[in-house]
Design a protein around this ligand. Sequence first.
Ligand SMILES: Cc1cc2nc3c(=O)[nH]c(=O)nc-3n(C[C@H](O)[C@H](O)[C@H](O)COP(=O)(O)O)c2cc1C
Length: 194
Amino acid sequence: MNPILTAIHARRSVSPRRLTGRALSIEELTTLAEAAAAAPDHGNLGPLHLIAVAPEDRAALAEVFARAALEADPAASAEDLGRARDRALAAPTLIAIVARIDDRHPAVPASEQWISVGAGLQNALLVLETLGCRGRIVSGRRVASQALRSAFGLTEAEHLAGFIAIGAFEGDPKPARRRATESVLSIWRRPEGR
Ligand SMILES: Cc1cc2nc3c(=O)[nH]c(=O)nc-3n(C[C@H](O)[C@H](O)[C@H](O)COP(=O)(O)O)c2cc1C
């Protein structure tokens, strides 16, 4: 099969808890960022930003996740906070996905900027195939928390869309659930009588 199609169809998301191995090197992160930057981008606005969490600062991020959990539920139990911390520590590499959306752009609506963000993310996920890694985009309520927004220094125009969790995975990922082609593709025909 064509290598692009092979990578597209081989890609599978894997739960961050099941990802193991080492963190991506700076060269691998650069390859991923270059692929993300090659996505279609109306007006070259560059709406997608990737912020890789330094491996030595994952513990600090875990405390931010705990603060985000407390923000959502001030009565969160110690177990809840532990689970929140674990989410920041799962997977060898964690990359924050930041979308910088200009809501008032005169020519490029916000929807097009979000589409560009998604296209960049897909490119990044496909790079994982070439690096022998797996990953999953994860989000959750915590991404809108003040704790995380402030930890990542986001401005009003910036949204934390989620994280890409990345690592090695030895087993067989769950079979893919893919839409039937006819639910994706149809053919437009000239309306009757026109
Ligand atoms: C922006 C975004 C956020 C997501 N957030 C979550 C999440 O919080 N938890 C989750 O299990 N899957 C989440 N997903 C879906 C997974 O990343 C993944 O696409 C899904 O598990 C299907 O697996 P597949 O990619 O192998 O088809 C998210 C996807 C996107 C695009």
